[in-house]
Design a protein around this ligand. Structure first.
Ligand code: HEM
Length: 238
């Protein structure tokens, strides 16, 4: 499998099969979410629910397993070795673009999980029809503390099991610590967002729109990165 991902890709560019599969799936999921967005706007709430739920779960499963398998640093590494264009373009365009892309990936992953949970919490059934509940939807500070504490416990357990099988390293420790830190920040932001949009339906619409814009920008930045690396300025790799 690892070997196959390194073979030449299907689009006839300088990309490997791994990069092409990733680009193909990114296109597929972006299109899927745009369709789900249109369904929401047309008030086809049931279709919207199943498409977003299925799409987001499939996307999370695909990209996490894919990147764990391909190992995370590969994009940055390919960037350094594989970019064959001028240094100034690399410093001023490629790296800022790649950084923006990676930051948006993290936000996009968090929003995927957040929106699914919010979708379930803010919906209601009226005459058998799925609708958004026009009501205040707040989580108490106490409940947030319990959830955050439980998530921290699970992450620490995962870390402990990794230490037992593969040994302790400071790098690994900081990754897990960083994960807990990101989760804590997300809950902090959620507390602030609840104050701005206490109405669950309004929150789902506003943050849903925000999530969709993130996914569209993600697709554009990803595609430009692909084009620069594998079509315009291919380097030593591939
Ligand atoms: C996971 C990503 C999701 C995103 C990005 C998203 C986004 C949106 C957006 C932007 C709207 C407002 C459309 C508009 O009126 O302009 C909306 C409406 C809605 N969403 Fe979601 N949504 C997601 C998941 C879900 C899930 C999982 C559920 C159900 C559990 C759900 C249930 C609904 C309902 C019932 C509406 C109201 C549609 C209507 O007005 O009839 N959504 N969503």
């Amino acid at each position: 499998m690892a070997e196959w991902l390194r073979t030449p890709g299907i689009f006839g560019t300088h990309a490997t099969m791994g990069a092409d599969v990733s680009q193909l799936m990114a296109t597929f999921f972006t299109l899927l979410f745009v369709v789900g967005w249109i369904q929401a706007r047309q008030r086809k709430a049931n279709h919207h629910h199943w498409l977003m739920l299925g799409g987001m779960v499939a996307m999370l499963a695909f990209f996490t397993s894919y990147y764990l398998f391909r190992s995370l640093g590969v994009l940055a590494f390919e960037g350094k070795e594989g970019f064959g264009g001028p240094q100034s373009l690399y410093d001023n365009v490629f790296i800022p673009l790649l950084t923006l892309h990676i930051v948006l990936v993290v936000i996009g992953l968090v929003m995927a999980i957040y929106m699914i949970v919010l979708g379930f919490r803010s919906q209601a059934f009226v005459d058998g029809r799925r609708v958004l509940k026009e009501a205040v939807l707040q989580t108490s500070g106490r409940r947030i503390a319990v959830i955050l504490g439980s998530v921290t416990g699970v992450v620490m357990l995962l870390f402990a099991s990794r230490v037992m099988t593969a040994g302790f390293s400071m790098g690994k420790f900081s990754v897990y610590l960083g994960l807990i830190f990101i989760i804590a920040i997300v809950f902090g932001i959620e507390v602030a967002i609840q104050r701005i949009w206490p109405n669950g339906a309004r929150r789902h619409r506003v943050l849903g729109m925000f999530t969709m814009v993130i996914y569209c920008v993600l697709f554009v930045t990803g595609t430009v990165t692909y084009t620069m690396l594998y079509i315009l300025y291919p380097g030593k790799i591939g």
